[in-house]
Design a binder for this molecule. Structure first.
Ligand SMILES: Cc1cc2nc3c(=O)[nH]c(=O)nc-3n(C[C@H](O)[C@H](O)[C@H](O)COP(=O)(O)O)c2cc1C
Length: 289
C-alpha cells in the first residue's frame, strides 16, 4: 500500500533491453498512483520503438484481483455512467482544463493495437484561426454531401439526428482534437513498414478517448466530415497519416439539446452460447454451432 493508503504500481523486473520499468526492487520508481490506477502493474519502457525483430521478452503481470462485491458495484456504476454519455453538438465557450484533455489522450494511447504499433496521432487544435480554416473546409465538403452526395438512404439515416451542413461546434468548442490514423509506419530516414489492423486499433483508441472524456465530465462529438483529406493539408501532417475523426471537446452549451435516441437492448446485441451440458453435447455432435 502506498503512503496515501492506496496500492502502488510495482514491477521488480530488470529490463534486459535497457529500458526503464516502473517499480523496481530498490523502490526508486514505486510511485503512488491515483485510486483508479492502483490495480495496474505498469511496465513502461523509456521510449517506444517499432518492435520488428525484437525478441519476445515476457515480464510478470500480476494485477490485484478486485473483490467481487467491489467489482460488481464498480461495473454497475460504470455502466450507468456510460449510459449517460451523449454526442454533443452544441458547446459552451467555457474553458476546459487542459489536463483533462491530455489525460484522455493518454488513456487513448493505452489502447490495444495490432502488433502494438499504436498507429495513431492526436492533433490538439486550440488556435482559433486554424479551427476557422477547418470549419470552412469541413462545411464546404458537408454542403456537397448534404445537398446530394450522401444519397437519400444515408440522408434519411441522418434525419433523426438533426445534423446539417453547418458545423459551429468546430469553432465553438474550446478544443478540437483531430485523430489521424497512420496508414503505415514511417521511420525518420523515410523508410516505411506495414501497420496491421489500423482501422480497428484507432477505433478502439477513440472509444477509450470518448470514455475518458465523458468520465472527466466533458462532452465530445465524433465528427467525420467526408472526405477528410483537407485535414492532412490544413494540419500539415505527413504522407502516412489520414484523418480518422475530428473531435470537438468542451462542456455542453447551457441550452444544449440532443436527439431523443433509444439504444438497442441487450437482447438485440448479445448472443450467448452457454456452457450447459445439453448445448455442449449438441455442439460436439455437430447439431448446432
Ligand atoms: C464513426 C462515427 C462517425 C460519426 N460521424 C458523425 C458526424 O460526422 N457528425 C455528427 O454530427 N455525428 C457523428 N457521429 C455521432 C453519431 O451520430 C452518434 O454517436 C449517434 O447518433 C449516437 O448518439 P450518441 O453518441 O449520443 O449515443 C459519428 C459517430 C461515429 C461513431
Amino acid at each position: 500500500m502506498g503512503a496515501d493508503g492506496g496500492a502502488v504500481a510495482r514491477a521488480s523486473v530488470p529490463d534486459a533491453r535497457g529500458g526503464r520499468v516502473s517499480g523496481g526492487v530498490d523502490g526508486n520508481f514505486v510511485a503512488p498512483l491515483p485510486a483508479e490506477s492502483t490495480r495496474l502493474t505498469l511496465h513502461t519502457m523509456t521510449t517506444w520503438t517499432p518492435l520488428h525483430n525484437q525478441p519476445y521478452h515476457p515480464i510478470p503481470y500480476h494485477p490485484n484481483r478486485i473483490p467481487l462485491a467491489e467489482a460488481l458495484a464498480e461495473s454497475a456504476a460504470f455502466r450507468r455512467r456510460m449510459d449517460e454519455r451523449r454526442t454533443v453538438r452544441m458547446f459552451s465557450p467555457d474553458p476546459v482544463p487542459e489536463q483533462l484533455v491530455l489525460d484522455a489522450i493518454a488513456v487513448a494511447n493505452t489502447a490495444p493495437s495490432g502488433a502494438h504499433q499504436q498507429p495513431w496521432t492526436f492533433v490538439l487544435v486550440e488556435d482559433p484561426q486554424v479551427r476557422a480554416r477547418i470549419r470552412e473546409a469541413a462545411e464546404a465538403e458537408e454542403r456537397i454531401s448534404y445537398r446530394g452526395r450522401l444519397g437519400e438512404e444515408w440522408l434519411s439515416a441522418l434525419r433523426p439526428l438533426g445534423t446539417d451542413e453547418h458545423k459551429p461546434h468546430l469553432t465553438d468548442a474550446p478544443y478540437l482534437l483531430v485523430v489521424f490514423q497512420q496508414r503505415f509506419g514511417l521511420r525518420p530516414d523515410g523508410t516505411t513498414y506495414k501497420h496491421y489492423y489500423g482501422d480497428e486499433s484507432v477505433g478502439i483508441a477513440v472509444g477509450m478517448l470518448l470514455t475518458a472524456l465523458h468520465l472527466a465530465g466533458l462532452a465530445a462529438l465524433t465528427h467525420t466530415p467526408s472526405p477528410m483529406k483537407f485535414l492532412t493539408e490544413v494540419l500539415g501532417r505527413p504522407r502516412n497519416e489520414k484523418a480518422f475523426a475530428v473531435i470537438p471537446i468542451g462542456y455542453p452549451a447551457a441550452d444544449a439539446v440532443v436527439p431523443d435516441l433509444v439504444r438497442k437492448s441487450m437482447d438485440q446485441v448479445l448472443v450467448r452460447i452457454r456452457s450447459d451440458a445439453t448445448h455442449q453435447a449438441a455442439v460436439v455432435s455437430g447439431l448446432t454451432g
